[in-house]
Write a protein that binds this ligand. Structure first.
Ligand code: BTN
Length: 264
């Protein structure tokens, strides 16, 4: 059962997730945590059973019904260069991957931060931040994981899946939430010590579904095809555009990539 007590039981971090707020329903856990940010402690974790205004990337909605999934956001009160914020999203993807690997082997990252199973999305991550004098005052990492959903609406069922759909087993949402926090803190400490993803690049690339695959890159309204080679220490994706000898770096937020034949 998803409850504050069960979530706390599964968290063994030093800072992140030491304070947990559980809500039966909220508009969006990202919005909720932003409202609490000024008094909230570093690492505050907000988890809701449902969201009535769940937010996806690019202004999209994130469908967030009761009972089945994880909607979680946590607060990082560190002063980080905003240019490094995309790296936090990369780390969040690694943390979710590690958390769900316990339940399913064939799970991958689609650059920069989607988690995919069977060619479909099982998790989305939305990172937001507030800056003050050139550094972040706080960063909010919002994670939605499709855990026990039995079916998706017609318009998204080709693109979305859940752990239940893929394994036929109900998974413990409190346990997965705890596992995400534990893994995130481990990777985040390495990132903060190093100031880059240098020590995490190999692990990320080993789990990247796009690696050595052809992708369609959308950049400023134009599209071209390329081979994805993996990320560098800044989280940028290295690609070799078709018909070009040179390797090019692309940034999340500026471009999006998809498979040449579909989502991956
Ligand atoms: C995406 O579009 O892929 C990102 C989806 C992020 C959804 C999560 S659910 C918890 C948190 N609260 C929100 O309103 N959005 C994020």
């Amino acid at each position: 059962m998803l409850s504050k007590e069960n979530i706390i039981k599964n968290i063994n971090t030093k800072v992140l997730g030491r304070n947990v707020e559980y809500m039966y329903e909220t508009d969006s856990t990202n919005e909720q945590i932003k409202r609490m940010a000024s008094e909230g402690m570093d690492g505050l974790l907000v988890v809701a059973d449902a969201q009535n205004k769940g937010k996806g990337r690019l202004g999209r909605n994130w469908d967030s019904p009761h009972g089945d999934n994880i909607y979680m956001s946590f607060l990082i009160k560190e002063n980080i260069s905003p240019a490094k914020a995309p790296m936090i999203t990369i780390i969040a993807a690694m943390a979710v991957l590690e958390a769900v690997k316990k339940y399913i082997d064939e799970v991958y990252i689609k650059w920069p931060n989607d988690i995919v199973v069977n060619g479909k999305k099982i998790c989305g991550i939305l990172t937001e931040m507030k800056t003050k004098s050139e550094v972040t005052e706080y960063v909010v990492v919002g994670i939605g994981i499709n855990v026990n959903t039995k079916s998706f609406a017609e318009d998204i069922k080709d693109k979305a899946t859940s752990l239940y759909i893929e394994t036929g087993k109900i998974a413990d949402r409190a346990e997965i939430t705890g596992r995400v926090m534990n893994a995130f803190e481990k990777y985040f400490e390495i990132f903060m010590r190093e100031g880059s993803l240098r020590l995490l690049v190999d692990e990320y690339n080993n789990n990247l579904i796009n690696i050595n695959r052809r992708v369609e890159v959308q950049e400023n309204g134009s599209k071209y095809t390329a081979t994805a080679l993996g990320i560098d220490e800044n989280g940028e994706l290295l690609i070799r555009p078709d018909g070009d000898e040179n390797v090019k770096k692309v940034m999340s937020g500026e471009v999006s990539v998809r498979g040449v034949y579909g989502y991956v």
